[in-house]
Design a protein around this ligand. Structure first.
Ligand code: AMP
Length: 221
């Protein structure tokens, strides 16, 4: 039972690591990016409002994302813990999250910051492929699917995200950097932050995260 936030730039491997962590710890993976993309795909009101911001690499307004999260945290599966990926992205969101969780008598146990260099971010994002059906991530060269264009897990069709174009990637890095220092300080001040270098092999990073998760599990004897 642990509540973890994975923090880091786009391309840090938050999605990839979250999926594996969620499997290993049997916890739900909550990705605000995935939830928003699902809304866009389903053509919901939220999806219609969010779409343009997402395509430009800008943040969707805090209020819209907060409403979506309140709904998600109202579901039963989060009671035993969760892996949160892509949220918070600024201090206002961090405070909103604390408020949402407090209402439900929960709190974050640990924040893992995946520190990643710009060169690695651009290389990872420009080659990223995403499954249109289950949202699993692959990479054209680092982690190619067994069959080109087809998801290994569910056989869904792989696509390149519209915001994974070089110009938009650069904008997303700028947006990210404007906000991250304050977020890091926020979680350092509450003694929840653990920093890891995430430029290297995904398996090694995952092992380090698992060690931290074991050490910081509030139910650890
Ligand atoms: P991601 O899949 O985390 O890279 O998110 C893709 C896009 O969804 C971002 O570039 C934003 O436009 C939007 N998004 C995801 N999470 C958030 C968030 N916490 N706040 C605002 N916008 C978000």
């Amino acid at each position: 039972m642990i509540r973890i936030i994975l923090l880091g730039p786009p391309g840090a491997g938050k999605g990839t690591q979250s999926v594996k962590l969620a499997q290993q710890l049997s916890l739900p993976h909550i990705s605000t990016g995935d939830l928003l993309r699902q809304n866009v795909k389903d053509g919901t009101e939220l999806g219609k409002e969010a779409k343009d911001y997402m395509n430009k690499g800008q943040l969707v307004p805090d209020e819209l994302v907060a409403q979506m999260l309140v709904k998600r945290f109202g579901m039963d599966d989060v009671k035993g813990g969760f892996i949160l990926d892509g949220y918070p992205r600024n201090i206002n969101q961090a405070k909103t999250l604390d408020g949402i969780l407090k209402d439900k008598k929960m709190a974050i146990d640990m924040v893992i910051y995946l520190d990643t260099s710009d060169v690695v971010i651009i290389q990872r994002l420009s080659g990223r492929l995403v499954c249109s059906s289950c949202a699993a991530n692959f990479h054209k060269t680092n982690m190619p699917p067994k069959v080109s264009g087809v998801c290994d897990l569910c056989k869904g069709k792989l696509y390149q995200r519209t915001d994974d174009k070089e110009e938009t990637i650069k904008n997303r890095i700028v947006v990210y950097k404007n906000e991250v220092a304050a977020l890091i300080k926020y979680y350092q001040d509450s003694n929840k932050l653990h920093s890891l270098n995430a430029d290297g092999d995904a398996g090694i990073v995952l092992n380090k995260i698992m060690e931290l998760a074991k050490e910081n599990d509030p139910l650890k004897v």
